[in-house]
Design a protein around this ligand. Structure first.
Ligand code: ATP
Length: 425
């Protein structure tokens, strides 16, 4: 096992333009600093094209950085070929050899290694590796033992004599994992390994990979664009966008305290609700005011710590997660503990069994008006319990815990509460 560290890594690709004559440069990864602690399962997550696979390939040795360093354990590896890095890569396409049995697929890498080790011992050069016994590489008996052990761990012992074409998608994925495990690498690199599987199998394999990680505690770097897979699997997440890491940390910590608007919007399903507005001051305190709302309807922000230099008129974006939003009556006396903060109009109700997703249009004024003609200022989603007693067309009060509100700078997207914390340290 080993930790992995990328220091100031930059990777550019030359992209052919206009029938290959001119070439421009695409920066896939820019000044990337990443530490993957020994024994952790770190997930690189982000939208398509943000540089996840390139980062993984840089660790594997399939790409070399234009700038920066890649370390595995105490070895500087970015000039070493892949087979000298002691890493194993699992791809989404399984990449099993179709003409070899499962057993042969599992043992292939070790046999290749034995051949290389034996050949590099020099004096045996003229002998085929199967004639070589003794101390010039991994023993054949050990290869057999490792294949058996790995097959047992993954529950594929019964499949060892089958061809890949005779396996289901899940079984093939287990063999692909096994082929990596059998080598006992210092680091596992997994690139969207579950994306070819159907939804139930994906969930099952996700659980199996996590269980495997608990048992083996091998350092794993896992790439996915699926934020729920990332949250469920990783003990650390690195959220990427445009070749940069936007935030790194424990999944729940990132979800609860997103560093910026991008991270807040990327993690969570359905996504966080946003509303544009500005900071205002009143005798009662600091407020969020939406330009489409009257000042009367300003939302108090006293529960949110904001940087000391925030001035009146500072443009911000309010964020509130669907599970922190509640739909109720317009009146505080309707059994609701708190006053409604905004008024909404229900547009769609999606019952999902264990919960209901309710889409609402946020209306510009808390006072009753001609609802039908009112222009919505935002479309939000609320997570309600099952059998939600609301219907499309209902006009409702929207309530939320003011401690759960996020405030992002409109220009930079930074979470102002985190800016405030950082400047206070
Ligand atoms: P996805 O989730 O779609 O696989 P990703 O986050 O893994 O995306 P990368 O595959 O790392 O993203 O690509 C990052 C950027 O680099 C993209 O803009 C991509 O088009 C570009 N890129 C990647 N490989 C090459 C290449 N060999 N030549 C030119 N551009 C490349």
């Amino acid at each position: 096992m080993a930790n992995v560290e990328l220091k100031g890594v930059v990777k550019r690709f030359r992209a052919a333009v206009s029938s290959g004559r001119m070439a421009s440069s695409v920066q896939a990864v820019g000044r990337l600093d990443l530490v993957v602690p020994d024994g952790s399962l770190t997930v690189l997550v982000g939208p398509s094209g943000c540089g996840k696979t390139t980062t993984l390939r840089l660790i594997a040795g399939l790409e070399s950085p234009d700038e920066g360093e890649v370390w595995i354990g105490d070895r500087l590896v970015h000039r070493l070929p892949p087979h000298e890095r002691n890493v194993a890569l699992v791809f989404q396409g399984f990449a099993l050899y179709p003409h070899l049995t499962v057993e042969q697929n599992l043992s292939f890498g070790l046999k290749w290694r034995r051949r290389r080790e034996v050949r590099s011992a020099g004096i045996w050069k003229w002998l085929p590796p199967y004639r070589v016994a003794g101390h010039h590489g991994i023993e054949r008996s050990e290869i057999k033992d490792r294949v058996q052990q790995t097959a047992r761990k993954l529950g594929i012992e019964e499949l060892l004599n089958r061809m890949p074409g005779q396996l289901s998608g899940g079984e093939r994925q287990r063999v692909a994992l096994g082929r990596a495990m059998v080598r006992r690498p210092a680091v596992f690199l997994l690139d969207e390994p579950l994306s070819n599987l159907d939804a139930p199998l994906r969930l099952e394999m996700r659980r199996e990979i996590k269980e495997l990680h608990y048992r083996e505690r091998t350092t794993m770097v896992y790439v996915t664009h699926d934020q729920s897979e990332a949250m469920a699997l990783g003990d650390r997440l690195a959220v990427m966008d445009c070749g940069q890491i936007q935030q790194i940390g424990e999944p729940q910590e990132i979800y609860d305290r997103p560093a910026n608007r991008f991270v807040a919007g990327f993690l969570g399903s359905p996504p966080i609700n946003f509303l544009d507005g500005e900071i205002g001051f009143s005798p009662s305190g600091i407020q969020f005011q939406c330009s489409d709302l009257g000042p009367r309807l300003a939302i108090p922000l006293d529960a949110v710590s904001l940087p000391g230099d925030v001035r009146s008129g500072h443009r911000v974006v309010l964020g509130i997660r669907p599970e922190d939003l509640r739909i109720g009556g317009l009146d505080a006396s309707e059994g609701e503990a708190s006053q409604p903060i905004l008024r909404g109009r229900v547009t769609v109700v999606q019952p999902l069994g264990d919960l209901s997703l309710v889409s609402v249009e946020v209306l510009p004024d808390l006072t009753q008006g001609d609802v039908a003609s009112e222009r919505a200022i935002a479309k939000w989603t609320c997570k309600m319990g099952p059998r939600a007693k609301v219907e499309p067309g209902d006009v409702c009060g929207l309530r939320f815990n003011l401690h759960k509100v996020h405030v992002f700078d409109w220009g930079s997207g930074e979470n102002l509460a985190m800016v405030a914390t950082a400047s206070a340290v």
